[in-house]
Design a binder for this molecule. Structure first.
Ligand code: ADP
Ligand code: MG
Length: 365
């Protein structure tokens, strides 16, 4: 007959065995893994922290979560907040007050606008809104009229129009309306990595819809990430990220709308006022998330022939472009880092040499 005492004994023996087994397991694999998924910047942000005690990791995640929520509010292009207040002031020909973090991302935005010859242009907020992308869900119906688009292009809003003096910002051109959507995610993940480092965390991965940034490694192995197949469920390639590296992908499969069989991407060509065509995704490997994110957008605008020059001008060495016919092109430095997504898979990428960067006098204002 089985008595309660026997059950208790059996259970405690099992627990003891389990405890011993766990102890052995821990000694062989001293990994503590803490994961969290946050909803910020209109996307899910997954953070995984290794080798940190649970209490510290949880506290760091709360801290980072609050920071990302605050950045999301402050940098939002169309909801009331610090950036929309600034946009209102600019439209009225006045100056607006910003905090250090907003001033910093705007200064960097001006650098990327200059280096990309205006292909990356966070001052085209009115145009982005006109195309219907200032909403949580994709726009529906017909694209805007050309007569509405052309005046916005002719007004030539550029980041160089901004007059930034410490924490007050104005614009020489009232057509400037700031939209940080092209690089806010990268800039925010960079700041999140900084915050995790301040908590003493060395090994972590942060993943936010198309952007992955790592710290340290995954238990003596590098963090391995996949580049999504823009045409089907799955991956086209895998990349092992070294400590401190980031991989940002811009794709017209992320946010778009279809009308009469035509697809309109949320990445706009500031020269024409129309969405980019012919490119499905661009991935940029770098150590600076804001720059990689901005460059992925800029190279999407640059298109299949112009992108190597713009990459060189922005200081990017590793980039991959997937055209809408499925052709893959990448810089030699990027090809050296790409692996097939699975053992039995193949990878066909056309190498594209990077030209020398063109001389420019671009600087952070
Ligand atoms: P994702 O958000 O899918 O990663 P991107 O990083 O390319 O894609 O950002 C696209 C967003 O950037 C658009 O939704 C818009 O807010 C903004 N944007 C669109 N075109 C440009 C451009 N030429 N330069 C800068 N920002 C842009
Ligand atoms: Mg981008």
């Amino acid at each position: 007959m089985i008595t309660t005492a026997l059950i208790v004994r059996a259970v405690s023996l099992v627990l003891l065995a389990l405890g011993v087994a766990l102890g052995v397991f821990r000694a062989a694999h001293p990994i503590q893994d803490t994961r969290e998924t946050l909803y910020v910047f209109g996307t899910l942000v997954e953070i995984e922290i290794l080798d940190t005690d649970k209490d510290t990791a949880q506290a760091a995640l709360v801290d980072v979560g609050q920071m990302l929520q605050r950045l999301h509010r402050d940098w939002h292009a169309w909801r009331p907040g610090m950036l929309s207040d600034l946009n209102e002031a600019i439209a009225l020909g006045e100056t607006g007050a910003v905090n250090d973090q907003l001033a910093t991302i705007l200064r960097r935005g001006a650098l990327f606008d200059c280096q990309s010859d205006g292909l990356f242009n966070p001052a085209i907020g009115t145009l982005v809104g006109l195309w219907g992308f200032h909403a949580d869900s994709p726009p529906q119906g017909a694209p805007p009229a050309d007569t509405a688009i052309q005046p916005l292009v002719a007004a030539q809003p550029r980041m160089a129009d901004l007059e930034i003096s410490d924490n007050r910002i104005g614009s020489a051109n009232a057509a400037v309306q700031l939209d940080l959507g092209g690089f806010a995610k990268g800039a925010a993940l960079d700041m999140a990595r900084g915050a995790l480092a301040a908590w003493g965390i060395r090994d972590a991965v942060l993943n936010a819809g198309g952007g992955v940034e790592v710290m340290g490694s995954h238990d003596s192995r590098p963090w391995r990430v996949a580049i999504r197949d823009p045409f089907a469920w799955g991956a086209v390639a895998a990349v092992s990220l070294k400590p401190g590296e980031v991989l940002h992908t811009s794709g017209n499969y992320e946010r778009f709308f279809d009308h009469n069989g035509q697809r309109f991407s949320h990445i706009l060509d500031p020269r024409t006022g129309y969405p980019v065509e012919g490119i499905v995704s661009v991935s940029v490997l770098d150590t600076d998330g804001a720059r990689a994110d901005a460059a992925a957008t800029a190279l999407s605008v640059a298109g299949p022939s112009e992108w190597p020059q713009i990459a060189a001008d922005m200081g990017i060495t590793s980039a991959l472009m997937i055209a809408d016919d499925g052709a893959m092109m990448a810089t030699p430095a990027m090809i050296a880092r790409l692996a097939p997504p699975a053992e039995d898979a193949t990878l066909e990428v056309q190498p594209v040499a990077l030209p020398a960067p063109r001389a420019n006098d671009c600087a952070v204002p």
